[in-house]
Design a protein around this ligand. Sequence first.
Ligand SMILES: *[C@@H]1O[C@H](CO)[C@@H](O)[C@H](O)[C@H]1NC(C)=O
Ligand SMILES: *[C@@H]1O[C@H](CO)[C@@H](O)[C@H](O)[C@H]1NC(C)=O
Ligand SMILES: *[C@@H]1O[C@H](CO)[C@@H](O)[C@H](O)[C@H]1NC(C)=O
Ligand SMILES: *[C@@H]1O[C@H](CO)[C@@H](O)[C@H](O)[C@H]1NC(C)=O
Ligand SMILES: *[C@@H]1O[C@H](CO)[C@@H](O)[C@H](O)[C@H]1NC(C)=O
Ligand SMILES: *[C@@H]1O[C@H](CO)[C@@H](O)[C@H](O)[C@H]1NC(C)=O
Ligand SMILES: *[C@@H]1O[C@H](CO)[C@@H](O)[C@H](O)[C@H]1NC(C)=O
Ligand SMILES: *[C@@H]1O[C@H](CO)[C@@H](O)[C@H](O)[C@H]1NC(C)=O
Ligand SMILES: *[C@@H]1O[C@H](CO)[C@@H](O)[C@H](O)[C@H]1NC(C)=O
Ligand SMILES: *[C@@H]1O[C@H](CO)[C@@H](O)[C@H](O)[C@H]1NC(C)=O
Ligand SMILES: *[C@@H]1O[C@H](CO)[C@@H](O)[C@H](O)[C@H]1NC(C)=O
Length: 793
Amino acid sequence: MHSWRYLIVICAIACTNAQIIPLSNYCRHVHNWCTCEPQANLVRISCLDEYAMILQITDTGNNIAMSYYASGNIHWLPRLNISQVAQFEFDAYNYWPETFFAELLDTLGVEQVLSIQFRDRSIETNEQSKPNKDEYELDIKAEDIGAKNVSTWLFSEVPMLEYFKYESHQRVLSESIFHAFHNLSTLELRLAVHHLPLRLFSSIAHSLHTLSISNPYKFHFQPALLQELQQLRNLTLQLARSPDDQSKQRLSPLFISMPQLEELHLSRATSYVNATMLRGSYNLHLIGINKNPDLSELPSELFHDQGNLTKLDLSRNGLAKLPMDLFNGLTKLQLLDLSNNRLANLSSELFTSLTSLSTLMLNQNSLTSLDPTTFGNVRSLNLVDMRGTQFYGVKLFMPFEALVCTNDDVCQYKSADWECDPQCICWVQRHTQQLSVDCRGAQLKELPLLPHTTLVQTTLKLKNNSISQLPVANGIVGYANVTKLSLANNLLSSLDAVQQLPNNLSFLDVRGNQISVFDQDFINYMTNNTVNLALGGNPLSCDCSALPLLGFVRAQPQRIQDIGDIYCSEWPDRPFQQLDVGELCPSYILLVGCILGGLVIIICLFSVVYLIYQQELKIWLYNHNLCLWFVSEEELDKDKTYDAFISYSHKDEELIGELLPKLETGLHAFRVCLHGRDWLVGDCIPEQIVRTVNDSKRVIIVLSQHFINSVWARMEFRIAYQATLQDKRKRIIIILYKELQHFEGIDSELRAYLKLNTYLKWGDPLFWSKLRYAMPHNRRVLKGQKKHAGPLI
Ligand SMILES: *[C@@H]1O[C@H](CO)[C@@H](O)[C@H](O)[C@H]1NC(C)=O
Ligand SMILES: *[C@@H]1O[C@H](CO)[C@@H](O)[C@H](O)[C@H]1NC(C)=O
Ligand SMILES: *[C@@H]1O[C@H](CO)[C@@H](O)[C@H](O)[C@H]1NC(C)=O
Ligand SMILES: *[C@@H]1O[C@H](CO)[C@@H](O)[C@H](O)[C@H]1NC(C)=O
Ligand SMILES: *[C@@H]1O[C@H](CO)[C@@H](O)[C@H](O)[C@H]1NC(C)=O
Ligand SMILES: *[C@@H]1O[C@H](CO)[C@@H](O)[C@H](O)[C@H]1NC(C)=O
Ligand SMILES: *[C@@H]1O[C@H](CO)[C@@H](O)[C@H](O)[C@H]1NC(C)=O
Ligand SMILES: *[C@@H]1O[C@H](CO)[C@@H](O)[C@H](O)[C@H]1NC(C)=O
Ligand SMILES: *[C@@H]1O[C@H](CO)[C@@H](O)[C@H](O)[C@H]1NC(C)=O
Ligand SMILES: *[C@@H]1O[C@H](CO)[C@@H](O)[C@H](O)[C@H]1NC(C)=O
Ligand SMILES: *[C@@H]1O[C@H](CO)[C@@H](O)[C@H](O)[C@H]1NC(C)=O
């Protein structure tokens, strides 16, 4: 066993000033039951135990780890010259003399250490390797460690030490173990002792703020032990019951008047608390009394001085009932944890004075009922956890915000204002402020009642029910606010999306229903909205009615969650989205062909008819004031003064008497020029003719034997004819007034014109319509006429 006494130094980055030695050199002398591994800037040597010391250097944050299995001989350790060590961890496998710390720090060149974690492993190692206790003691004596009492540790002074953690399985603790630690503020003890020496903390009482003792055995606290710790802010006791200690431990005198104490944690520390135990400790913010399975009741005055208390944790005790006035005066309490007790009954007065309470944990108790007024005064309460209380569905009156958790994953918003359908569970996701109504498997035949809330978004889960028909979306209060709707495994056979689905839906699940057709309306709804959809497991019919769905599936596959699960009954092997239009709807192609063919034929027919009856159509439209865009004349003639110049022979004056009133009044009124009436007297006649023809949009020729015989009239025709030839538009309107007796006198030009062009016959039943159509189509004039004609009708 002597060969185990052994020292390895693993030197890390901290050996800064030393000359550069190849890292692998460190591995040369390592014993063969250790592994040695040079890494980037560290040599890691692991032996049976991973390390014995770790130094964490304040300046650089670097760590130095050393395995240390040796006895007190430390003279050969490297001198590291470190001014301050933030944390020093030791595993001590052997006893040291009291001077050890001082010598070690001196040898390593460490000036200050802020925190030490010390693990006494002498018992573990020796018990592991040497079960025989006598041999162990003999062995230690043989090592000649020193004259000190080897069964307890003593530590020398460590400059600047603030935190000390001591772990040991020793059964005895020396009263003066910490005598050299003058300025310790935090002390953590993990012990296995049966009693604590009376003056254990005397040397550090003035500076100690935080004391934590965990010990598997109960021990008796002498009152004086803690009483001298007047500076203590934070006290933690974690004890456990000793199997051989049957007597009830009383902690009564422990905490009297510790006015600085702010935090108190007592776990497994007591099975009985004295009513005056916390008297005088006015500053407590947090009290935790947990894991005392035998603690079944609390005295009602226990918290009387605790006006500053904000958190009270009484969980994991054996509390079966609470005095009605236990929490009186705790007006600053925010969190009260009564979970994991045996509470069956809570007085309705219990919480009345907790005016700041926001969180109440009652989970894992035996509560079966609560008075509805229990939380009446606690307006600040916003979370009540009652999971695992066998307490469910009781109507509680509390402010709206209170979230009541009654099941493992379910919390229910409770308020006097709204209630949930008895077959559903309603709750609110706190972070999203979404209402969740869960009615899965409730054998519902129609939509349940939804709570009347002010929440905007609702998730409604109706999976596995017997709903066959949805109501009109506005017909049920709250339904319009549903944004996620799960209707999977119901009996729906149709869906009227526009009527029956809420407007703001973002997700719809209708898997496993009886819907055979998603019609065009539904697809329109889907296209208009941003709903995502799940629709597998419906007996889709694979015919032309599936075309809208196919189009949608192809266009926006990402919006259908279970696109791979959609099949139609005719092709159970082929995913719906892979089907072709022709397969789904063979007649569709034919139909499209027919429609196109039909359209072509109709267009042809119309064209033919139009070509044949073009003139009649236009005349009719014009006279009925329809489609004027179609018949209106270009604005080319807009600078012309007259719409028509009537060229006639004086002997046909009686016709003019009939023509003029019709042309100058009525729906289409024209400005007409007559040579007898409108010409200036005394002007040269040929010049007048030229000017008038050029100033008129039309020249109406009243053709008769008299006209042919008139020289002036023929001249007028010739001038008009020239003008027609110039601008290539039909300007001449010929009215055949009386049958011509002989054509001899007619000019060749007029004869040719008459042969090539149609003329109006006086006495034709459609004479006036044809004439009006032949006249210029002046939009402006027509509009003006309409305006004036309006009131006359
Ligand atoms: C530490 O300082 C001593 C002198 O004070 C010096 O001899 C030694 O080399 C230094 N060691 C390191 C690692 O710098
Ligand atoms: C050594 O420890 C034992 C308890 O194990 C104690 O009885 C004894 O007084 C101690 N001796 C000294 C010198 O502290
Ligand atoms: C004790 O520690 C405090 C800080 O915790 C420090 O200000 C004070 O100087 C220390 N006193 C001594 C004597 O080390
Ligand atoms: C009090 O001590 C406990 C246990 O050491 C610790 O968990 C807690 O954080 C401490 N509280 C404060 C305020 O330091
Ligand atoms: C509680 O402790 C006080 C002070 O030690 C003592 O006087 C009183 O009798 C104790 N009360 C009970 C019920 O044990
Ligand atoms: C709360 O603590 C302060 C000291 O910080 C103390 O003076 C006061 O009395 C305490 N309040 C109550 C109601 O105990
Ligand atoms: C609950 O408390 C009432 C009186 O406060 C009592 O009558 C009743 O028996 C208690 N119920 C249970 C189960 O303890
Ligand atoms: C559907 O609900 C019934 C009760 O209505 C239940 O017995 C059944 O197990 C549920 N089925 C599934 C698959 O959840
Ligand atoms: C529905 O949401 C509106 C806000 O969009 C809200 O004012 C209304 O109270 C909600 N209605 C119900 C019944 O939840
Ligand atoms: C739908 O959502 C819009 C905004 O997202 C909101 O303004 C509107 O009130 C909602 N409509 C309903 C019926 O909840
Ligand atoms: C789609 O939205 C437009 C306007 O946003 C609306 O006019 C139309 O009726 C909607 N169509 C359907 C099927 O909801």
